[in-house]
Design a binder for this molecule. Structure first.
Ligand SMILES: Cc1cc2nc3c(=O)[nH]c(=O)nc-3n(C[C@H](O)[C@H](O)[C@H](O)COP(=O)(O)OP(=O)(O)OC[C@H]3O[C@@H](n4cnc5c(N)ncnc54)[C@H](O)[C@@H]3O)c2cc1C
Length: 296
């Protein structure tokens, strides 16, 4: 096992972790960034709400960010973090090494809870979306199906109706929707069906959703409402305060968690999951950690 120490360890090469690494390494601080690969940002095919970049992909954003941090001397390591302990600062263990630092930034993100539906990979991020802030705009004026497993999907349907398209069919598991809620949807012209989605249809373009009972619902785009799971298993050894739902990590406005000198960025923490927001948090935290290192 390799043993190394540095000023700050960063877990996760999302926009937040990368931006923090840029700031810290440009103060000539020693930074190790550990990332296992994959990640939500990489799945974003078309990011067009990031200032200064008319259109980019998450992959391009991350790959350029990795080159950028390396150019300033940060050490990038493709490793999976198994555990984090708060002892003498922070001790982070991967399959290849043990790393020690007085400051730790976690930017590990989340994974979407995607239902098993045939054709998901083919259309994901092209015509099947999970994030209104990211991709709602791409549904403007289109024939939309919303799939979900809770009444959050109904709230999403009303929001999509107001902002993007009047042509919406909401599909939920049987027994979930109270009758009076279905009437409210009908008043807004939103169609409702109880059913189990089985397959996304279409060769190159999405043309519809097939249900387990054989019905085929014609559509051009799909929004999914199935919530997320945090990539936080490596933090199990720390007792971090969580938000009201007990899910996302609570932080101060400066992104510090309930464990001193441990900062959380991006979708892992309570707040809005957007690339530019995570990057802003990363810049803020990088500057703050440098101030603490200066100790002046
Ligand atoms: C389809 C899609 C489209 C999107 N479109 C947009 C958009 O248009 N605009 C926008 O602003 N945002 C968009 N997003 C959301 C956005 O990409 C992220 O929410 C945002 O960038 C914050 O990401 P993050 O840094 O929290 O996590 P991520 O980007 O997921 O990065 C986390 C990283 O941590 C790594 N990691 C996790 N656990 C470990 C571990 N134990 N050890 C080592 N590494 C680990 C992961 O592998 C990953 O590389 C989109 C997301 C998706 C899925």
């Amino acid at each position: 096992m390799e043993e190394k120490s540095c000023d700050c360890i960063i877990i996760g090469a999302g926009p937040g972790g990368l931006q923090a690494a840029i700031h810290l390494s440009r103060y000539n601080r020693k930074v190790i960034l550990l990332d296992q690969g994959g990640g939500r940002t990489r799945h974003a095919l078309h990011i067009e709400n990031y200032l200064g970049l008319e259109i980019t992909s998450g992959k391009e954003l991350v790959d350029t960010g990795i080159k950028q941090i390396q150019s300033f001397g940060a050490e990038f390591r493709r490793e999976h973090v198994a555990s984090v302990m708060a002892e003498n600062g922070f001790s982070v263990t991967t399959e290849k090494g043990r790393y020690q630092a007085p400051y730790l930034i976690v930017s590990c993100g989340v994974v979407e809870n995607l239902p098993k539906i045939k054709g998901m990979n083919k259309f994901f991020s092209r015509a099947i979306f999970t994030c209104v802030d990211c991709d709602g705009y791409h549904t403007t004026g289109k024939k939309l199906v919303i799939l979900g497993d809770s009444l959050d999907a109904m709230r999403l349907a009303f929001a999509m109706r107001q902002m993007f398209t009047p042509d919406i069919t909401l599909i939920l598991p049987a027994g979930l929707m109270p009758d009076d809620h279905a009437e409210l949807l009908a008043e807004d012209g939103i169609a409702f069906l109880a059913g189990v989605p089985q397959e996304f249809l279409g060769d190159t373009a999405l043309t519809g959703v097939k249900l387990a009972d054989g019905q085929e619902i014609v559509c051009e785009v799909v929004m999914l409402s199935y919530d997320y799971t945090l990539n936080d298993s490596c933090l199990a050894g720390l007792s971090l305060e969580r938000d009201g739902n007990g899910t996302q990590i609570s932080t101060s406005p400066g992104c510090e968690t309930s464990v001193q000198n441990l900062f959380a960025l991006g979708a892992l923490k309570a707040g809005k999951a957007q690339a530019i927001i995570a990057a802003g948090q990363g810049a803020m935290v990088g500057i703050e950690i440098n101030h603490r290192l200066l100790g002046l």
